[in-house]
Design a protein around this ligand. Structure first.
Ligand code: PHE
Length: 345
């Protein structure tokens, strides 16, 4: 009986040696047969209970050797066959064939417009300050002279983070003014481009986000005349050398005096007529002299320094620049629309 069982082990050993899987599929069959969860070697182990005690040890060792032989054969064949399969696959590649075409994207018209604005200000020494869109209450409102319960907060309702009323989506890029002034002493000359958010009425929900470029200049003896001259320079670079601007008195908690600036486009073309609602004037920004309280909130001596600031909307300028009729197109991400703005700027 036990001699018979021993010979089964030898037969299994011979069978494994004779088995020559020629490809990965056959090798998988080999694995299932000898090494899988229901493999045939297990049956040999099961026979151990029929072996006389004094032979159990030898029997066990021999079955183990068979198992190890199967594993070793599997591992070496696996490597060989995989290498062979890879080589066969590579052999068929035509290295002289043209490559897959790379799809080139294009910049979004809002980004192109923003970059144009950045370039214009960079030429007169402004540097870009980029900062977070999720802002805290202090930088967005309090530092900008709009403490809690200030009525001006109503003009800029926003979205608060669920787990903290202290954190919100910034309503304007003016928050970057506070970020920069807190850790920089004048002279400061920055522009801060980026996305901002407002919780507008439901019908305008699709526009609860838009883009601005903020400007801030703080130094000794900065005057309103500097502000006006800077904005005129900008308008002429952006809209052409004959561009005219007008400043209308306005109110912002963080500037005093404050103004809104319009650029004259005229009403000759239908699109300008529409864009300016028949007036010829396109409102593009709010501005003013930085309120001394804002400087003090941010650790800047308001008896020594003065500054001006402005914040401009990008969408309307992009509409005009690209002759686009509907602002919603900017946010729909329709590639047929976006493809028309192949630009590298
Ligand atoms: N932050 C203002 C707004 O979003 C614009 C502004 C910026 C006005 C800087 C004055 C100075 O409406």
């Amino acid at each position: 009986m036990s001699a018979d069982t021993f010979s089964k082990v030898d037969e299994m050993k011979a069978a494994i040696e004779a088995d020559q899987p020629g490809d990965l599929q056959a090798l998988e069959q080999f694995r299932i047969k000898y090494l899988g969860s229901k493999n045939v070697i297990k049956a040999l182990f099961g026979e151990i209970r029929n072996i006389p005690n004094e032979q159990k040890k030898e029997y066990g060792q021999r079955v183990n050797a068979v198992k190890e032989a199967a594993e070793a054969k599997y591992n070496s064949l696996k490597q060989q066959l995989e290498t062979a399969a890879e080589e066969a696959a590579v052999k068929d590649i035509d290295l002289t064939a043209p490559g897959e075409p790379i799809e080139l994207g294009s910049r979004h018209p809002i980004a192109v417009t923003m970059n144009r604005i950045i370039r214009i200000f960079e030429r007169i020494g402004f540097v870009v300050a980029d900062d977070r869109e999720i802002e805290d209450d202090w930088h967005n409102f309090t530092a900008m002279n709009t403490p809690e319960d200030h009525p001006a907060r109503d003009m800029q309702d926003t979205f608060y983070l669920q787990n903290s009323m202290e954190m919100l989506l910034r309503t304007h890029t003016s928050s970057v003014q506070a970020r920069v002034m807190k850790h920089t002493q004048p002279p400061i000359r920055i522009i801060a481009p980026g996305r901002v958010y407002r919780n507008e009425t439901v019908s305008a929900r699709s526009h609860c986000q838009f883009h601005q470029v903020e400007g801030l200049y703080v130094d000794e003896n900065v005057s309103f005349a500097d502000l006006k001259q800077t904005l005129l320079y900008f308008a002429r670079e952006m809209f052409g050398p004959d561009a005219q601007i007008r400043l209308r008195p306005s109110y912002f908690p963080f500037t005093e005096p404050s103004a809104e600036m319009d650029v004259y486009l005229g009403t000759e073309t239908e699109k300008d007529y529409r864009l300016t609602k028949g007036t010829g004037w396109l409102e593009i920004l709010g501005c003013g002299m930085v309120d001394p309280a804002v400087l003090e909130n941010c650790g800047i001596d308001s008896t020594k320094y003065t500054g001006f600031a402005f914040g401009m909307g990008i969408e309307r300028q992009a509409l005009r620049l690209y002759d686009i009729g509907d602002i919603r197109l900017f946010f729909e991400n329709d590639v047929r629309f976006l493809k028309q703005f192949a630009s590298t700027i």
